[in-house]
Design a protein around this ligand. Sequence first.
Ligand SMILES: Cc1cc2nc3c(=O)[nH]c(=O)nc-3n(C[C@H](O)[C@H](O)[C@H](O)COP(=O)(O)O)c2cc1C
Length: 158
Amino acid sequence: MPIDKNELRRVMGHFATGVTIITTVSASGQMHGLTANAFTSVSLEPPLLLISVDKKAESYPCFEQSKVFTVNVLSDSQEALSRKFAVTGTDKFTGVAFRAGGNGAPIILGSIAHIECRLYAAYDGGDHTLYLGEILEAETREGKPLLFYRGGYRAISD
Ligand SMILES: Cc1cc2nc3c(=O)[nH]c(=O)nc-3n(C[C@H](O)[C@H](O)[C@H](O)COP(=O)(O)O)c2cc1C
């Protein structure tokens, strides 16, 4: 029998992660962003990373169309932003400090790192699509990461 969806979510939640906002922008300039923790480094040569985007997400069609995205790694003071970008159908960028990156996608100010990518490959991942991004630019800033563990936000306490 296949594992129950809620049980799967509960078990996977035992893997502690950082939290990112992945941004992209359409040809007409419409910005999109979603909170995501399915993110990993993949390759140094060429420099590649992996994200996984829900096919039902409002921002989903923009990834294939724009062929660019930026991963913004959130700081422990950006929990409210994480919550905001995890809700579909709101005007997510209103009141948010950001600037356009070299690839055109928004860079969220105050994040502890951002990694600008262009789409390198896409793979079917069931109800998600796995996108490999080729890293074009990357930068870090001081700060502690926002963490996600067992369905809740956490912070490093040291
Ligand atoms: C901590 C956390 C991690 C998430 N990780 C992902 C992810 O990796 N991929 C994804 O597609 N959705 C993820 N989500 C859900 C999206 O943020 C959510 O579905 C969002 O509303 C999508 O935005 P959109 O519909 O405006 O594109 C995550 C949500 C939270 C709170």
